[in-house]
Design a protein around this ligand. Structure first.
Ligand SMILES: [Zn+2]
Length: 182
């Protein structure tokens, strides 16, 4: 897959998505992300973590006020592919913001089942997952690459089926976003 582009209006509603978005939604097998379901909805309906909302809001305010593009690296992995991406935010005089993402590089890997969208199962083990770099954490433990943590565990890969990811920001990405938005 490649990247995608979407546009937000002044009120942070998603008003336009490109074909790349459609391809990503289909590839992810997530029908909730199809254009018909997301257009005219607020970006904030899709971001649950309070800290991510705060920093993403600060990024949008900055790009709208300075009108200078902001570029940030991030990860957007699929179950079978690691993807290093770049996001560019640009703003027009009217306050619309264009968000363009592109793949910098990608690498295949053994399938990580819990990265695919799935129904909630219970009982499930909840792992913290950084929504920005895709690192994962158990409890207060160290943030690690998903392979380092999950594939090293007994019972892998079947054990992935009982794992659910809760998205938040790892300290490193938190610092990156604070810097980019200030
Ligand atoms: Zn992170």
């Amino acid at each position: 897959m490649g990247g995608c582009r979407y546009q937000l209006n002044r009120r942070d509603q998603i008003i336009e998505v490109d074909d790349g978005w459609l391809r990503c939604a289909k590839e992810a097998g997530d029908s909730d992300l199809l254009p018909a379901r997301i257009l005219r909805r607020s970006l904030w309906e899709f971001i649950a973590d309070p800290r991510t909302r705060l920093l993403q809001g600060a990024l949008l305010r900055k790009v709208r006020s300075t009108r200078k593009p902001i570029r940030l690296p991030f990860r957007c992995d699929s179950p079978e592919m690691k993807r290093w991406m770049e996001m560019e935010l640009t703003s027009s005089a009217g306050g619309e913001v264009d968000v363009t993402t592109s793949v910098v590089r990608s690498e295949p890997r053994a399938r990580i089942a819990c990265l695919a969208p799935h129904e909630s199962r219970s009982p499930a083990e909840i792992l913290n997952c950084c929504g920005w770099c895709n690192a994962v954490q158990v409890g207060d433990g160290p943030w690690q690459e998903v392979e380092e943590l999950l594939c090293a565990r007994p019972g892998w890969p079947a054990s992935d089926d009982s794992v659910e990811l809760r998205h938040q920001l790892c300290p490193r990405c938190d610092a990156t976003l604070v810097k980019a938005s200030s």
